[in-house]
Write a new protein. Structure first.
Length: 315
């Protein structure tokens, strides 16, 4: 479906979770801001405080003529499914979920591919040959991160030991830095010296604990290297900001399309961060190994297991 919005109908809106999480939602906010700064077109926004607000916010924006409406996060899929059916002439988009409706663009990422690369880095950087993973809410998407990470670590160093913890089973698992730090310190006590988090705001506690204990953390979604320069080995980045800005641009230019967009290494949808903050931690050997692995994954010579397709992890 292609429905180019006329200029007078172009009133963008974005529905966030925790906008200031320094990771996932902040990346989406950055993309919307980049669009606003480039075009001068302001966007309306709403930050969800509790689950019932998801549907309320989407419906309120649609009733007020907002178009397109972008919603951030898989948890908003049920609400979007209901509201998008009620407003078939409004364009919606969702990050990290598939809502199969003719007026919805669904944008998902190959987190397993990006996690594979940072898993390689973790294993190569580890001096103890023990590394860790800390997830937020225990669900298939986060297991996808974990499985890709474990596969990449084993690819680089077959004998590496990988510790794994999930923070919780409710949405509170994304907003608990104290527990993130506690889980990280527990993994450090068991020998881990590099820990990757996929835990939203909870992950800031993981990175803080790594910095405090002289260990290495790995950030997620946004480039978090700057949070603790010299203690963050890298960050597994997702192009959420790029996806949001592109969605708004497509709508403004009359190039809106619905359907599913899948963004992996080949599409520059996922990557690992390298900048002045972690440059001393990354050797030429590491960079060469990652570039080769990236090329092999894109070509299909290396196949990364996707937990959301096959809910088992062989590693």
């Amino acid at each position: 479906m292609i429905t180019g919005a006329m200029a007078e109908d172009f009133k963008p809106a974005v529905v966030f979770g925790d906008r200031n999480d320094l990771s996932y939602n902040e990346a989406a906010y950055k993309g919307a801001l980049q669009f606003e700064e480039r075009t001068g077109v302001k966007f309306r926004e709403f930050e969800i405080q509790n689950p019932p607000q998801r549907e309320q916010a989407l419906r309120n924006f649609a009733r007020r003529g907002m178009n397109p409406i972008i919603t951030i996060g898989f948890a908003q899929a049920p609400a979007l499914r209901r509201v998008a059916k009620e407003f078939p002439d409004t364009n919606f988009a969702i990050i990290d979920a598939v809502v199969d409706l003719p007026n919805v663009r669904s944008i998902i990422f190959k987190e397993d591919e990006g996690s594979f690369l940072v898993g390689m880095l973790a294993a190569m950087a580890s001096k103890s040959d023990t590394i860790g993973f800390i997830g937020g809410m225990d669900l298939p998407l986060i297991r996808k991160f974990a499985c890709g990470y474990k596969q990449g670590a084993k690819y680089a160093k077959p004998d590496v030991t990988i510790l794994e913890n999930m923070t919780g089973t409710t949405s509170a698992a994304w907003r608990d830095p104290l527990k993130g730090g506690k889980l990280a310190r527990s993994q450090f006590a068991r020998g881990a010296d590099v820990v990757f988090h996929a835990a939203g705001l909870t992950g800031t506690g993981v990175l803080q604990a790594a910095a405090d204990d002289g260990k290495l953390g790995i950030g997620v979604d946004s480039n978090q290297n700057h949070l603790h320069p010299g203690s963050v080995l890298t960050s597994m980045t997702k192009g959420i900001d790029v996806a949001v800005e592109k969605t708004l641009t497509d709508a403004q230019d009359g190039n809106w399309t619905s359907g599913v967009e899948v963004l992996g290494l080949a599409e520059n949808g996922v990557s690992w961060s390298y900048d002045q903050h972690n440059m001393p931690l990354i050797t030429d050997e590491m960079k060469t190994a990652l570039e080769k692995a990236k090329t092999d994954i894109i070509s299909g010579r290396v196949e990364v297991h996707d937990y959301t397709v096959d809910p088992t992890c062989p590693f």
